[in-house]
Design a protein around this ligand. Structure first.
Ligand SMILES: C[S@@+](CC[C@H](N)C(=O)[O-])C[C@H]1O[C@@H](n2cnc3c(N)ncnc32)[C@H](O)[C@@H]1O
Length: 322
């Protein structure tokens, strides 16, 4: 199957008519009450429409473009100004006791921008800093002249007193070696713990980065996060039935994780193609039980008929020439 390259204008023009949301439009899921919009999350009017001015989230998970090399670069001050707008919009549609997680990049070739500037901006946001998590990618990038880059930064902020449920990894505890005397009884550390597995900390090394052979793969979505990472955040910082907000839907990972953990997701993307992918991924999960397209993508049918049309056209052209 051909790779879905969404930076290709011809492919985008082919797919656009198949996107059910135009900019400014919102889709309401009739089954579980999720909401998906197509629009700009820095636009307060659009966000009010998306959240219906009443849907308050206890948790937001935001994954903006990082403003680092290989993507389109803005001046860092301009980038932070736009972050300030979507942070304000997030804050306005969250409950008083809430958690806000933000994935953020750091350009090692450029004084780690925009991470330090973003952190400084957040100091005046009304949220308290809570944790600075690093997730390790399996595949890194870099040369023999530098440390291989494998980290993804995840900032956790809170306001009020939000839920926090301790999470455990799948990594078994293998270390024993210290004990405590409790009520006259000597117990090993592992005997006293709540799980046989290691507690999730602020360094995550147990989550597989998504690649095309994985079931959750969504072809065309290069920035997709692993469902396991988003489920970990949701399970830690919300309860069943809560609303989870995500302004940067892309492959719809937060929507999928919310569906699988019985939360409601309110999400949007500025790009109609990613808004459509988000809705299709939910429908695909419900129809097949799969949360992605292993080695495939959500527009396979459209691309097949488009490839067939161009083959037919080529045959016609060669017949005419002959
Ligand atoms: C890093 S990706 C998010 C990945 C997502 N967490 C996932 O797992 O698939 C960022 C997305 O934000 C969208 N985006 C960029 N600027 C936006 C804006 N101002 N409003 C809404 N979406 C935006 C992009 O189109 C892109 O799909």
């Amino acid at each position: 199957m051909k790779r879905l390259d969404l930076s290709d204008e011809n492919i985008r023009n082919t797919l656009m008519p198949h996107c059910r949301l135009k900019p400014g439009e919102v889709w309401h899921d009739p089954k579980s009450g999720h909401i998906v919009g197509c629009g700009d999350c820095t636009d307060t009017k659009f966000i009010q429409q998306l959240t219906d001015n009443s849907n308050r989230a206890t948790l937001a998970i935001q994954d903006p473009p990082y403003n680092v090399a290989m993507f389109e670069l803005m001046a860092v001050s301009e980038y932070i100004e736009s972050c300030q707008r979507w942070i304000n919009n997030s804050a306005n549609c969250m409950t008083e006791d809430a958690a806000l997680y933000i994935w953020m990049g750091a350009d090692q070739k450029n004084h780690f921008q925009p991470l330090p500037q973003f952190m400084a901006m957040m100091a005046g946001s009304g949220f308290d800093s809570k944790s600075f998590i690093t997730m390790r990618n399996q595949r890194g990038y870099g040369t023999q002249q530098n440390w291989m880059a494998v980290r993804q930064e995840l900032l956790c902020y809170t306001r009020g007193k939000p839920t926090f449920n301790v999470q455990y990894t799948d990594i078994p505890k293998i270390l024993r070696g210290y004990y405590k005397d409790i009520n006259g009884q000597r117990t090993e550390n592992s005997e006293r713990s709540h799980s046989d597995c290691i507690r999730a900390s602020n360094v995550w090394v147990d989550i597989q980065q998504v690649f095309y052979r994985m079931k959750e793969n969504v072809g065309g979505c290069a920035a997709q996060k692993p469902v396991k990472a988003i489920e970990r955040i949701i399970n830690a910082s919300s309860n069943i039935g809560d609303i989870v907000l995500d302004f940067f839907a892309h492959a719809g990972t937060t929507l999928i994780a919310a569906e699988q953990t019985e939360r409601k997701c309110v999400t949007c993307d500025i790009d109609p193609i990613f808004a459509e992918i988000t809705i299709r991924r939910l429908e695909h999960l419900r129809q097949t039980g799969e949360n992605g397209w292993q080695m495939g993508h959500p527009f396979e049918q459209e691309m097949r008929s488009c490839e067939k049309t161009s083959v037919d056209q080529n045959e016609l052209n060669s017949t005419i020439t002959a």
